[in-house]
Ligand binder design. Structure first.
Ligand code: SIN
Length: 545
């Protein structure tokens, strides 16, 4: 039996591929909330793919790969990029076979949108801006029709079981009750960690569980300093995303004076609103810091003027309803937007088949890191990543755990940092005036010191605070108290405590990685450092070694 942790696009695809790979394999998919509580379900803009029969004139998988490599600021794993972009056509065909209702143009061909840093229109979408939900619904139908896959909601994976260094199952918390699920392999597809930050486009459930579970089992993690901020989340509670596809259609960013400041700011990029995401987020954050303004303004009124009344509502029905629910008419009003934590490029180090450094443990999707995104992910490559690497990881987990198979792991030359780097045994001084741990306090700290703009002093202070919190009641002590039970009647509180511990683990790892990388590259911008040179590998560390 294979346990898949997470029911987004990577987890569902992995489950389907595992049963396809081995007719005797059974799979249990564990979703910690409902299947809708995932970044997949929220994904708007689309899925980037070059489908040969439907491609824009001259577009190729090689061009998609070149754009992915360029956006990744020289830090992408080139083999992973080839796998990702080369598989686009096949994956879209598979989704069409499963009944995914991709939008079509009036001629019946697949409709192709544009997003920043893509050299061609190649973004497929469902119902305008509900792409993730459309794909997930098709995958869920396929999962429901497969008797060898069991999908369990509200099942939180509290730990990995290890026997002599091999993963043998998971410790599951469901309705306040802990139980053990033995497995031949465990595949982590647990998504991201946007809950590390105050402003995030992610659901509250994105608490870095996959990275924390893997690190706790001694798996290598990598590139954790690279956390992508999306430039345009609506500046209202919950920070709903305003898809990059809106800028792809022609929306521009303005300051309070109504100026297109991206054209004139420090380090202005010639592509302005359509520059890579890290460039746009950095320019917006620097502008906000310098001006003291609270937000910038997304102007889509030009689209409405050029394409006619009702165009925005037809092309982006979900966004139209969402903005109107906040009293904004985007045909006439500018939308207040701020950068928000969106996607973690780093994660559990894997090979191109999802194998981690720990036997029996696999990872795919946002919680994994093949190096495919380098230091900055190209827009709309994440759904494709979940499909491509989810399928490969599910098949590998099934094949590797066939009776008699020799356990296979990711091997390589991974620099290792000791646990002391993440959680000092003697918390450093300096806690005077520091707030007690709360998730909000952690988010404020991470946003201030480890957000779009960073420097050594801020990172070090944050690392010390996180270490103190981790050593205190919010970390180990409370976690042990929960394990000791007495709290079985409070399942939500119990899960929250475990999530907080995962967030602290991820924060400590991210800060350590950000401190170690003393250059500025991609989404990791150190205001106290020079720009990095292309080609330096991302960082890797192991929590427990
Ligand atoms: C968006 O629609 O802007 C998000 C797409 C992505 O993050 O790739």
């Amino acid at each position: 039996m294979i346990a898949v942790v997470g029911a987004g696009i990577a987890g569902l695809t992995a489950a389907l591929s595992a049963v396809q790979e081995d007719p005797r394999t059974e799979v249990t998919v564990l979703a910690k909330g409902t299947v809708r509580q995932s970044n997949t379900w929220l994904a708007q803009g689309g899925i980037a793919a070059v489908v040969p029969v439907a491609a824009a004139p001259g577009d190729t998988a090689a061009a998609h790969a070149a754009d992915t490599l360029a956006a990744g600021a020289g830090r992408c794993d080139a083999d992973a990029v080839q796998v990702l972009c080369g598989a686009g056509g096949e994956q879209i065909s598979r989704l069409l076979d499963l009944g995914t209702p991709f939008d079509r143009d009036p001629s019946g061909a697949l409709a192709l949108g544009r997003e920043a840093a893509h050299s061609a229109r190649r973004i497929l979408h469902v119902n305008g801006d509900s792409t993730g939900a459309g794909i997930a619904a098709a995958l869920l139908r396929a999962v429901a029709a497969e008797p060898r896959i069991t999908l369990t909601e509200h099942a939180f994976t509290a730990g990995l079981l290890l026997d002599a260094g091999v993963v043998t199952g998971v410790d599951v918390l469901r309705n306040g009750v802990r139980s053990v699920l033995a497995a031949d392999a465990v595949l982590l597809a647990a998504g991201g960690a946007g809950a590390l930050y105050t402003h995030t486009t992610n659901p509250d459930s994105a608490t870095g569980d996959g990275v924390a579970l893997a690190a706790g089992a001694g798996a290598a993690v990598r590139d954790l300093e690279f956390f992508q901020f999306h430039p345009t989340s609506l500046d209202v509670p919950g920070n709903p995303l305003i898809s990059e596809a809106v800028r792809g259609e022609g929306a521009v960013l303005r300051n309070a004076a109504g100026e297109r400041f991206l054209l004139e700011c420090r380090n202005a990029h010639p592509d302005a609103e359509l520059a890579p995401r890290d460039v746009v987020s950095r320019a917006v954050s620097a502008y906000l810091q310098d001006s003291g303004e609270r937000c910038v303004w997304l102007d889509a009124t030009g689209i409405a003027a050029a394409r006619g009344t009702g165009y925005l509502a037809g092309r982006f029905p979900g966004l139209d309803a969402m903005t109107r629910s906040h009293g904004l008419d985007w045909e006439q009003d500018l939308l207040p937007v701020v950068p928000a934590a969106h996607y973690w490029m780093g994660g559990v180090a894997t090979d191109l088949r999802g194998r981690t450094t720990v036997p029996g443990l696999y990872a795919a999707g946002e919680c994994a890191c093949t190096g495919v995104h380098g230091a900055n992910r190209l827009a709309s490559n994440s759904l494709l990543e979940g499909l491509v690497f989810g399928a490969r990881a599910g098949a590998a987990a099934a094949a590797d755990s066939r009776a008699g198979a020799v356990p296979r792991v990711l091997s390589g030359d991974f620099p290792v940092a000791g646990r002391a780097e993440q959680v000092p045994s003697a918390p450093p001084d300096g806690s005077r005036g520091e707030p007690a741990f709360s998730r909000a306090a952690l988010q404020e700290l991470m946003s201030a010191q480890a957000g779009v703009l960073r420097n050594a002093d801020g990172l070090a202070a944050a690392a010390a605070a996180v270490a103190r919190w981790h050593c205190g009641t919010a970390g180990t002590a409370t976690l042990q108290g929960t394990k000791g039970s007495g709290s079985q009647g409070q399942p939500i509180r119990q899960m929250r405590v475990l999530e907080d511990a995962n967030l602290l683990t991820c924060a400590g790892l991210l800060l350590a990685a950000a401190l170690r990388r003393t250059e500025s590259v991609g989404a990791h911008y150190r205001s106290d450092a020079a720009a990095g040179t292309a080609g330096t590998a991302g960082s890797t560390l192991n929590l427990l070694s």
